[in-house]
Each structure stands twice: as structure tokens, then as C-alpha cells.
Design a protein around this ligand. Structure first.
Ligand code: ZN
Length: 205
């Protein structure tokens, strides 16, 4: 963790600690001003901030880079200048996909310029990216990145990591549900932070 991020993380924890021990210290040394009471809402907001600091930090790590490098190939489709209208675009993508993507386990990312629209996955060839053609945002799509995998195990983690990294406008995080799949370290880290903070600063009532 960079020292700047670490400092922010520790400051956030200190704020919670000060609020949590306010009652105790103020009986010994009465304080002036508003008491920093701890509430469920404050704890949850802190958990949020701590999680996003940890997430940003992890994304810069070698471990994150290794996950993004750990796929069998990457291919890119660009909206071609030829053909007009939505159906021409759909056809162009479909032809390209069938010609270039030979794996059944893939993560695909739809882009509008530098803006990420959607992150999805196919496992065993189910939910191919063409199933997104009906979505109203497909018209905005200018590029699709496809990451191919020979096996299934790493796919949900890769998809989840891509969602953390590029924050797609139209899709949500879908962590791996089965034990067989590689676990997303960001989701795992977030859960750990939430459990730790809630147990450290448990409310009395
Ligand atoms: Zn995740």
C-alpha cells in the first residue's frame, strides 16, 4: 500500500476509534463540542471508503497485473466504417466473432471510446456477447475486447476484476459462485474489511 493510501486508511480507522471511545475518554477528560457518536450509518460509510482505498491500491499491484495477463489471448473488434445502422453493425460483429473467437470461455468488454459500457462472460459458450445486441446501449458501442480462455476456472475472477477496474456503466459485479472458480481477490478483500470493521466497532445497541 502506498504511504499516502495507508495514511488515508489509518485516518479513517482512527476516526472510528475516536468516536467509539468517546464515551470512555470523556468521562475522564470532559470534552467540549459535539460528541462524535458512532452510528451504523457512519460505520457503513467508513467501510465503503476503506474498501475503495483497498481496491484502488490492489489495482496497482503486481498481483492484479498477473490476473489480467493470465488469459490465453485477446482480440479486438472495432466498429467498421462500412455498413450503416444497427443491424449492419450487429452482423459485422457476429462475423468477426465467429471468425476469430474459437474458445467457449471468454470475457468480453464493450466500449464507447474510453468509456466502459459493459463487462460480461461466456462459460461453455453460453451468454455469447451477441445476446447484448438487444440492449439499448449497444448502438453506442465502438469497440469490443474479447479475452479468451481455454478453461473456465479463471473466467469469473477476470470478469469481476475487469468490472472493478473499468467500472462499466451498464453491468454489475458478478463474483464467482462456485468453489471451483478462482476467487476475486478484490471481493475477498472487501468482505474481510467489512467483517473486521464491523466486529472492531460493534455497536452496543
Ligand atoms: Zn470482485
Amino acid at each position: 500500500m502506498t504511504s499516502h493510501t495507508k495514511l488515508k486508511f489509518e485516518t479513517e480507522l482512527t476516526k472510528l476509534f475516536v468516536a467509539r471511545t468517546h464515551e470512555l475518554t470523556s468521562t475522564l477528560w470532559p470534552k467540549v463540542g459535539k460528541a462524535p457518536y458512532l452510528t451504523r450509518k457512519k460505520i457503513l460509510l467508513s467501510v465503503d471508503r476503506l474498501q475503495s482505498l483497498a481496491e484502488q491500491n490492489f489495482m496497482k499491484s503486481n498481483e492484479a497485473k498477473d490476473i489480467f495477463d493470465d488469459r490465453d489471448y485477446k482480440k479486438q473488434w472495432h466498429k467498421s466504417g462500412k455498413g450503416y445502422g444497427l443491424s449492419a453493425k450487429q452482423n459485422s460483429f457476429k462475423l468477426w466473432y465467429d471468425a476469430h473467437i474459437k474458445t467457449k470461455n471468454n470475457v468480453y468488454i464493450f466500449w464507447n471510446g474510453s468509456r466502459c459500457l459493459y463487462v460480461g462472460r461466456t462459460l461453455n459458450g453460453k451468454n455469447r456477447p451477441t445476446s447484448q445486441f438487444e440492449k439499448y446501449w449497444f448502438g453506442k458501442c465502438t469497440r469490443v475486447d474479447v479475452y479468451g480462455f481455454h478453461g473456465k476456472r479463471k473466467v469469473p475472477c477476470f470478469e469481476c476484476m475487469a468490472t472493478h477496474k473499468w467500472r462499466p456503466q451498464f453491468s454489475k459485479i458478478t463474483p464467482a459462485s462456485k468453489k471451483y472458480y478462482r476467487v476475486c481477490p478484490v471481493c475477498e478483500g472487501k468482505e474481510f474489511i467489512e467483517n473486521e470493521v464491523k466486529s472492531l466497532f460493534r455497536l452496543k445497541y
